[in-house]
Design a protein around this ligand. Structure first.
Ligand SMILES: Nc1ncnc2c1ncn2[C@@H]1O[C@H](COP(=O)(O)OP(=O)(O)O)[C@@H](O)[C@H]1O
Ligand SMILES: [Mg+2]
Length: 239
């Protein structure tokens, strides 16, 4: 059974449908991407998985358990951590304090200490700046901190909402290299939503294409990279 299994998921804002019956799965150990333009419903989908928005229909099963109606804080405790679009870090707190907040549900001091080490290994920049207030970090460093904080909850599934947002191409590439490392070397299961199709296809095993609240196509990322309509629509290639 897949780690995450979503069936016919619907979300409405008032009467306007934002998700119109989305089905997808993520296997344990996989990196899965969802590509979609601005307004396609990517953030809504992640918020529905995390329990932040109410579902109008369908189901979400995580780790064999139906979490369709489970409140957000309980979903975090079950092992899903989301890195919010625009990061959502606490600018007045230091890097270390922000990371500590990621572990707020945990009582295993030794495990938390070990995870600090893992995060600093993944992002040496954060270790160098652990005493700095987060608001003075660069955009790329803030994204690293947001990912690090999510990892401090020791999730089974990491949800990433447009990690490339607002970052230069070089910094974006750096962040995605680290995401790939996290999946490959630490075995973290990842679901990432992105407008940056090139990075999303590069980092993932499988990709779903989302348009106006629906999955319109899916496949192995290495094959979709060569798909003509995807090249034209999402990779900006003319031929
Ligand atoms: N809180 C909200 N209230 C009303 N409409 C919303 C809200 N959040 C998002 N929407 C609408 O739902 C659609 C999907 O938005 P969103 O999930 O943010 O897309 P994406 O993350 O792919 O850019 C858009 O049309 C957006 O305007
Ligand atoms: Mg979004």
């Amino acid at each position: 059974m897949a780690l995450l299994e979503i069936k016919d998921l619907e979300v409405k804002y008032g009467v306007i449908p934002a998700l119109k019956g989305v089905s997808l799965f993520v296997e344990s150990g996989e990196a899965v991407a969802i590509i979609g333009a601005n307004g396609a419903g990517k953030t809504t989908l992640l918020h529905a998985i995390s329990g932040i928005v109410k579902k109008a229909g369908g189901s979400v099963v995580f780790n064999g358990e139906d979490i369709t109606a489970t409140p957000a804080h309980k979903i975090v405790a079950k092992g899903i951590s989301q890195v919010q679009e625009g990061r959502g870090i606490f600018p007045e707190l230091t890097v270390k304090e922000n990371l500590s907040l990621g572990a707020y549900l945990r009582r295993d001091a030794d495990g938390i200490e070990a995870d600090f080490k893992k995060v600093y290994q993944l992002f040496p920049r954060l270790e160098e700046r652990m005493g700095q207030v987060a608001g003075t970090l660069s955009g790329g460093e803030q994204q690293m901190l947001a990912i690090g904080r999510a990892l401090m909850a020791r999730p089974k599934l990491l949800l990433l909402d447009e990690p490339s947002m607002g970052l230069s191409p070089i910094i974006t590439e750096n962040i995605f290299k680290t995401i790939k490392k996290l999946n490959k070397e630490q075995g973290m299961t990842i679901l990432v939503v992105e407008q940056n199709a090139q990075m999303a296809l590069w980092v993932s095993h499988r990709t779903y294409i989302m348009e106006t609240g629906e999955i319109v196509s899916s496949g192995l990322s290495k094959e979709l990279k060569h798909d003509d309509s995807i090249r034209r629509s999402y990779l900006g290639q003319k031929d």
